[in-house]
Ligand binder design. Structure first.
Ligand code: GLU
Length: 423
């Protein structure tokens, strides 16, 4: 039996903190700024009453953490999952600050979460939960305050309810209060695909850097939600060979490659679990998909998947992080010693928030762009950021993750210095 990893390795807030500390030290960040940026600016815990379909009243615990508004309004998703903790939401909010700074969009960082199991709740229950959560936060949210988006367990529909509830409270249409909305309600063309597309752009750039070919390049993806399924689809269309797929039910590996469109239909239209997909493949745990023979491994599910214990098993040449925090800080050193080229989460999955920014801009302008225009702008942001991070890493002799943190922290710190601290 493999030993369970040490619990402290699994504390995502610590994971975010350690990387911040290393980067801040290398930047020589002064003590005051260091303290300011290390802690969130606000946190709220909500006890959310929801009438269940069976007539009972349940109280759900939820959070919203605003880490920073130094570079603009808070930005970050709302997660519905049974294992949400305040520490996790804090870490995710902090990562949003660095993510928005690394791609240089004018937002701070925030995140929300509610402890619940959306798969066991009815549509009505989810709607009532979302509306009450939003109503409780109505003073905190706003296009210039804090702008939520989807994350694990929430969807375009959830965002439509957030938008509607907020609009009812402020008594005016306010589409820019939330991003990742349905297109009919002020959502952006290309937002649904954006995180997956960003992952693909980073993989393309990594291959170019390593002088590897895209055609037939073997990719294993853990996670089949918005990020994983879209990355798989777009990458297959572009010539990659998707050899590993996984969702919450488990993983599948097939060296001949999957027909991703059919797998998406199986899971999303036929509502079946991925591991029962008849398209072939060896069954395994969702996590093991990342350790199969492949050229690129893409963790696109949740945190703490690649740890000190299993990092040695990664066979890929490129690790492109579609999820937030999938690699623990203890695993970083092992991944680096194996010479694996890493695209860190705050770069790898930044395509989503980048198109969220485009959505916010379009909503505020009341003028909408064609999908091609959105995709081109996304491409520009991602390729430019990728080049900057890699160049920074080479110049400062740090790994890509620390380089991304350094670039981001430096941007937030200079904005903070310019603003000054109102104390
Ligand atoms: N939840 C996504 C993330 O972690 C999207 C955030 C956003 O678009 O605001 O990046």
């Amino acid at each position: 039996m493999p030993q369970a990893p040490a619990p402290e390795e699994m504390n995502v807030y610590q994971n975010a903190e350690v990387r911040f500390e290393v980067a801040a030290q290398k930047l020589g960040l002064e003590q005051g700024l260091y303290r300011y940026l290390k802690y969130p600016s606000k946190e709220v815990t909500l006890y959310i009453p929801v009438g269940l379909d069976n007539g009972q009243l349940e109280i759900f615990v939820g959070y919203r953490v605003l880490h920073s508004t130094v570079r603009g309004p808070g930005k970050g998703g709302i997660r519905f999952a049974p294992d949400v903790t305040l520490d996790e939401v804090r870490a995710l909010a902090t990562w949003m600050t660095w993510k928005c700074a690394v791609v240089n969009i004018p937002f701070g960082g925030a995140k929300g979460g509610v402890i619940c199991d959306p798969r066991k709740m009815s549509r009505g229950e989810l709607e009532r939960l979302t509306r009450r959560y939003t109503a409780e936060l109505s003073e905190w949210l706003g296009p210039e305050r804090d702008v939520p988006a989807p994350d694990v367990g929430t969807s375009e529909q959830t965002m439509a309810w957030v938008m509607d509830t907020y609009a009812m409270h402020v008594r005016q249409a306010t589409t820019a209060v939330v991003t990742g909305k349905p297109i009919e309600l002020g959502g952006s063309a290309g937002r649904r695909e954006a995180t997956g597309r960003g992952v693909m752009i980073c993989c393309d750039k990594a291959l170019e850097k390593l002088r590897m070919k895209r055609d037939g390049c073997r990719v294993a993806i853990q996670g089949f939600g918005n990020v994983g399924s879209m990355a798989a689809k777009l990458m297959q269309e572009a010539g990659y060979k998707i050899v590993g797929l996984a969702d919450i039910s488990g993983g599948l590996y097939n060296e001949k490659g999957f027909e991703v469109g059919k797998a998406i239909d199986w899971v999303y239209n036929q509502k079946k679990s991925l591991t029962d997909y008849p398209g072939g493949g060896t069954k395994m745990s969702a996590r093991d998909v990342l350790f199969q023979p492949c050229d690129i491994a893409i963790p696109a599910a949740i945190e703490n998947q690649i740890t000190e214990q299993n990092a040695k098993n990664v066979q890929a040449r490129v690790l492109c992080e579609g999820a937030n925090g999938p690699t623990t800080w203890q695993a970083d050193a092992i991944i680096e010693s194996k010479g694996i080229f890493t695209v860190p989460d705050i770069l790898g999955n930044a395509g989503g928030v980048t198109v969220s920014y485009f959505e916010w801009v379009q909503d505020r302008q009341g003028f909408f762009w064609r999908e091609q225009e959105v995709n081109e702008r996304l491409y520009d942001v991602m390729t430019h950021t990728f080049d900057q991070v890699v160049r920074y890493a080479e110049t400062h002799k740090v790994n890509n993750r620390i380089a991304a943190y350094m670039l981001a922290i430096d941007r937030v710190a200079s904005a903070l210095k310019l603003r000054g601290i109102y104390a």
